[in-house]
Design a protein around this ligand. Structure first.
Ligand code: FE2
Length: 174
């Protein structure tokens, strides 16, 4: 769940233990346990928690007909579609395998996986900075907030509950 209350946060690592080097993340789209539940019919696997800038990178999976709540991005987003058909309600294109999208900062949109998508959508998202879930697509007010810190906590909570190795997430923090 995105957060609705704010406090000062950190990456949760001991002082001086955040690695600055390069790393790889090996996702496994066939391992159901690695998919972090996010919304009805939507999961993700984390790739990077950029707590330096507040952003994050994830591989998102959405079942046909699944939807994410309307949200506003304070920074740019880049996305690449590996499989499935999806779109934003606010745009007239449909993303299909191979579609890259660039979203400027300041955009509000509602992600929907097509009802007739031939397979679940798999989309790689690189998100710069936080996003604000809205209570309304037009003149929307604050509903909840997500960024590299809150996504990290979502993942840590899930990994603990699922019996996965939480330390694996620390390796994705920059
Ligand atoms: Fe978005």
């Amino acid at each position: 769940m995105p957060i609705q209350a704010f406090n000062s946060v950190s990456d949760g690592l001991d002082s001086g233990t955040r690695d600055r080097g390069h790393f790889i993340a090996n996702l496994d789209i066939d391992d159901d346990k690695l998919w972090v539940p996010y919304a009805d019919g939507v999961w993700f696997q984390p790739c990077c928690f950029n707590v330096t800038s507040g952003g994050f990178s994830v591989l998102l999976k959405g079942l046909p007909g699944a939807q994410l709540g309307v949200h506003y991005h304070v920074g740019t987003v880049r996305g690449y579609t590996l499989q499935g058909h999806w779109r934003y309600l606010e745009h007239d294109w449909v993303a299909k395998p191979g579609t890259f999208i660039y979203e400027p900062a300041g955009e509000a949109h509602t992600l929907v996986v097509a009802d007739d998508s031939p397979e679940p959508a798999l989309i790689m998202f690189i998100v710069e900075g936080g996003l604000i879930y809205l209570d309304n697509p037009v003149d929307g007010g604050f509903a909840a907030y997500e960024d590299g810190f809150s996504i990290l906590e979502v993942c840590r909570d899930y990994y603990r509950d699922a019996g996965l190795d939480v330390k694996q997430l620390d390796a994705l923090i920059r």
